[in-house]
Ligand binder design. Structure first.
Ligand code: FAD
Length: 505
């Protein structure tokens, strides 16, 4: 068996640590969230000093990590793009196009000078006496250790571990004579020609990868334990075609399509709760004409869960189904019994021959970039903490984090949070406060705590596997999160920063 291995920083024998200076705001992560945060910060507070630290060697976060064939968004880019930078490409974009868009943002707003790559943040310690965070960093290229200090820590680290993808261990893997790869660590130049490929997984990654490689490999088998929901919209929205024919200015087109997509996502999110059976029927039936005659939709494409309890995978123009129709790909819904020398044996007894196995099995969630937090010398046990509006954490001063939407585009929330953090920083300035800490009010003290994600609401494997390491939510505002954009675009801009849940000093 050959597998792709993570890269490691060179070991360093000394434990010397170099002072890297002080910044007003320290942003962790140069993905969609960190780049958005940097732009908004600079726009609203041009005099504040800041730096963006990222463990990877380039920008883009998710879009830099994931370089497997066909990697693309499954949100439309009119809402995945920032509010301040119109998207001009097709609705569904390839990973490379998203990186190019982020490059334009970095260039247009001159953000490159603030980014330090290969800077992994390992620890952050708050001192109320000094009113600052001490942030410890290890460089990935040299192994050098650095110490930054900052007045405000802005965690834009995303939700999963970029270095360690999730790949279950299956019996017999060590006997398999082919190659096992994970989409999070796709080997450059992997030759698929004439190869039989089995892709384990049923989510968005499997759905994008399979049509991209189906023409290159000899055959691709999608092996799923259980089905997911798919939605197959056209790559170009018919409204975009109409607007283009009318020669509408680009900025208007952007705004109109953005609103159209938001309305569409609102409707789907609402239907998933109010009329889930209608939505289920709509999604399942819309696949039927795209699949081969007599295809067993019940078995392969009818999930057991309610639509939107896990992400709905978008298949633009139904390209996954085209690969199934053409016979270049096939689908098996079963559980893995064991790997064999030449493939995978499933519970039915069937053996799926494979030269390459792609384990599209998802992520390991990471809690705030796996940074070890201490507040006044006490290690922070996040499992005992509660979110403040999905932006801050109880008892953790001067720290905001970005967590986007699961159902709408992630970035819609980035813009909203940046506005909120901007208001927060301005409020601190107006009050002459150097510290703000979300604090449970007396009436919140006995509030029942709920898990990070209510399984009835959102329950994909990677979230459910990690609930035990994540912070909690309460049963009332402002101690709740993972709300819908339809609600938050009203509540976040009006959020009361003086309701007693934020203590300023
Ligand atoms: C294949 C794929 C497709 C997706 N498609 C969509 C989509 O269509 N629509 C959608 O809304 N969402 C999508 N998502 C979710 C996606 O992760 C978010 O949209 C978004 O990219 C998250 O951006 P981010 O900047 O918050 O985090 P990330 O993209 O995860 O970037 C975080 C960055 O922080 C860095 N970092 C983390 N910890 C540390 C540390 N301790 N020190 C220093 N740096 C650190 C990481 O190296 C990384 O570069 C997709 C995810 C995947 C994997």
């Amino acid at each position: 068996m050959t597998t792709t291995a993570p890269t490691t920083a060179p070991a360093r024998s000394t434990d010397d640590i170099e002072d890297a200076g002080h910044v007003d705001v320290l942003i962790v992560g140069a993905g969609v969230s960190g780049i958005g945060a940097a732009h908004h910060l600079r726009d609203q507070f041009p005099d504040r000093t800041f730096v963006i630290l990222d463990a990877q060697d380039n920008r883009g976060g998710t879009w830099w990590t994931h370089r497997y064939p066909g990697v693309r968004s499954d949100s439309d880019l009119f809402t995945y793009g920032y509010r301040f930078k119109p998207w001009r490409g097709p609705s569904i974009a390839a990973g490379g196009e998203i990186l190019a868009y982020l490059d334009e943002v970095i260039e247009e707003y001159d953000l490159g000078q603030y980014i330090r790559y290969q800077h992994r943040v390992t620890a952050a310690s708050w001192s109320a006496g000094d009113r600052r965070w001490i942030v410890e960093v290890t460089r990935g290229d040299t192994g050098q250790r650095l110490r930054f200090s900052t007045g405000f820590l802005w965690m834009c680290q995303g939700y999963y571990n970029h270095a360690k993808p999730y790949r279950p261990e299956w019996e017999g893997m060590d006997t398999f004579e082919g190659v096992i790869v994970h989409p999070q660590r796709w080997p450059e130049g992997l030759d698929l020609s004439g190869k039989r490929v089995v892709v384990i997984g049923s989510g968005a990654t499997a759905a994008t990868l399979i049509p991209a490689i189906a023409g290159k490999a000899e055959h691709v088998t999608m092996l799923q334990r259980s089905p997911s929901y798919f939605f197959a919209p056209p790559t170009t929205h018919e409204l975009a075609v109409t607007l283009s024919a009318l020669d509408i200015p680009e900025e208007w087109t952007y705004e109109i399509l953005r609103r159209q997509y938001i309305a569409q996502m609102d409707m789907l999110a609402r239907m998933s709760v109010e009329t889930p059976e209608d939505l289920r029927t709509f999604l399942v039936e819309s696949m039927r004409p795209l699949l081969p005659e007599g295809f067993d939709i019940d078995k392969h494409f009818t999930p057991r869960y309610r639509p939107w309890q896990q992400r709905i995978a978008v298949v633009p123009d139904g390209d996954l189904f085209a690969a199934l129709r053409d016979g270049k790909a096939s689908i098996v819904t079963d559980t893995i019994e064991t790997f064999t020398e030449h493939g995978i044996k499933v519970s039915s007894g069937e053996e799926l021959p494979a030269d390459i196995v792609v384990s599209a099995t998802g992520f390991n969630m990471s809690l705030l970039g796996d940074v070890a937090f201490t507040v006044d010398d006490e290690p922070v046990d996040f499992t005992e903490r509660v979110t403040w509006r999905g932006v801050m954490i109880s008892g953790v001063p001067n720290m905001a984090y970005v967590f986007g939407y699961f159902r709408h585009s992630w970035t819609l929330r980035v813009d909203l949070i940046c506005d909120l953090v901007g208001r927060l920083l301005a409020t601190m300035q107006d009050r002459g406060a150097t510290m703000v800490v979300p604090t449970l009010r007396p009436e919140d003290a006995d509030m029942p705590l709920r898990p990070f994600s209510d399984p009835e609401n959102f329950n994909p494997g990677y979230v459910m596997r990690s609930q035990h390491i994540l912070f909690k939510q309460g049963d009332r505002e402002p101690w709740t999160h993972l709300l819908e954009h339809e609600q938050e675009r009203e509540t976040l801009p009006k959020a009361d920063l003086d309701d007693g849940t934020l203590v300023y000093r």
